[in-house]
Write a protein that binds this ligand. Structure first.
Ligand code: SF4
Ligand code: SF4
Length: 340
């Protein structure tokens, strides 16, 4: 008898992990598939899809399970998963993370927020929403979010045995990083025990809303500029590096700042914002105004460089970056390019 709770028309139970480079979704997918195959005797496959491999770029990892008598001949990306794991909330703004979720499917999100708020942000109206504060767990245990996410995924995939995953964790870390074995086992167990669930309505009409939509590129052979040029110069100003942060960001206390610019010298992403205003003697000077968190990847080089206590490392809280961001201004730029 099959241990899989649901199967698609080809006999597969499918999981899609939505992540960004650097959070370990690729490794998590591999470990999940390995535990299912070696521990539970299932047939399984895993592969990932990513672009430039740059830290902070979107990554997808796919896991397929099926009964031992079913052959896996489908190696295409998973478009209609039973489970989706979202490793970073900043992905909502750029990727339709729940696209194609099957009726009654489960979405696991790495978040510190209320489940109802997350459901509203995802526009999720059916299935089950699961939440785990994997970032906090990984910071406290000095590990990575992927192990906490794996713990929560094992709770969702109750047909898998968590002891198999514990063995895979031991095997993965004990040769090269033996000092991380216990911390990763604790992280896995915390993910397993601390995940929370919210069941949403299962109305047939609402289920249709989750139908898979294959994303189409904005620029294709019919719409691109001649020669494939990009008309918007300096288009990196449109980038949002929030998803590159892994738990920390710099907190700015203006009352302690002497506007020495040491932070600006080391910041690799031009996040420090300045304004010109008169000093005590009425001479015009440049003063530090704040940080544009849209471009901040949380490297904390500025905190190390600051000679006063104006900058310090803080654990990122939900909405902090949006509420405290001081936007850089680009007066010479328009949506069409540089103003003449
Ligand atoms: S944390 Fe890094 S990227 Fe962010 S403001 Fe500081 S130096 Fe710049
Ligand atoms: S390094 Fe510190 S004191 Fe100097 S400008 Fe930056 S925040 Fe202010």
């Amino acid at each position: 008898m099959s241990i899989l709770p649901q199967k698609n028309e080809l006999g597969f139970y499918e999981i899609r992990l939505e992540s960004i480079g650097g959070l370990g979704a690729n490794l998590a997918g591999k470990m999940l598939a390995e535990a299912g195959v070696t521990g539970s005797g299932l047939n399984g496959s895993n592969f990932s899809s990513y672009g430039s491999e740059k830290k902070g770029s979107p990554v997808k990892s796919f896991v397929r399970f099926c009964d031992p008598d079913v052959e896996i001949r489908d190696h295409s990306p998973i478009e209609q998963p039973h489970v989706v794991g979202v490793f970073h909330e900043a992905l909502y703004t750029t990727v339709d993370v729940i696209s194609g979720l099957r009726p009654g499917g489960t979405v696991l999100v790495n978040t510190a927020r209320e489940l109802s708020e997350v459901a509203a942000d995802l526009n999720m109206t059916q299935g089950t929403l699961a939440a785990i504060d994997a970032l906090r767990i990984s910071v406290e245990e000095k590990t990575k979010v992927n192990t906490a996410m794996l713990g929560a995924l094992f709770r969702i995939c109750s047909f898998l045995n968590p002891d198999d995953m514990r063995q895979v964790i031991r095997k993965t870390f004990e040769k090269k990083l033996p000092h991380l074995v216990e911390a990763n086992l604790r992280t896995f167990d915390r993910g397993y025990n601390e995940v929370q669930f919210l069941s949403l309505e299962n109305d047939a009409e609402l289920m249709d809303q989750a139908a898979f939509v294959r994303p189409q590129p904005i620029l294709g052979y019919e719409t691109q500029e001649r020669g494939g040029i990009l008309k918007v110069t300096a288009n990196s100003v449109l980038k949002d590096l929030s998803s590159s942060r892994q738990g920390y960001l710099p907190e700015y206390k203006q009352e302690n700042c002497i506007s020495c610019a040491a932070c600006d010298t080391v910041c690799p992403d031009f996040c420090i914002v300045w304004e010109q205003k008169p000093d005590k003697r009425d001479n015009l000077q440049m003063f530090m105004k704040g940080i544009d968190y849209q471009y901040c990847k949380g490297c904390l080089k500025c905190v190390e460089a600051c000679p006063t206590s104006a900058l310090s490392a803080m654990l990122e809280e939900p909405y902090y970056a949006q509420q405290h961001r001081v936007p850089q201004s680009f007066p010479y730029l328009t949506a069409e390019g540089v103003k003449s």
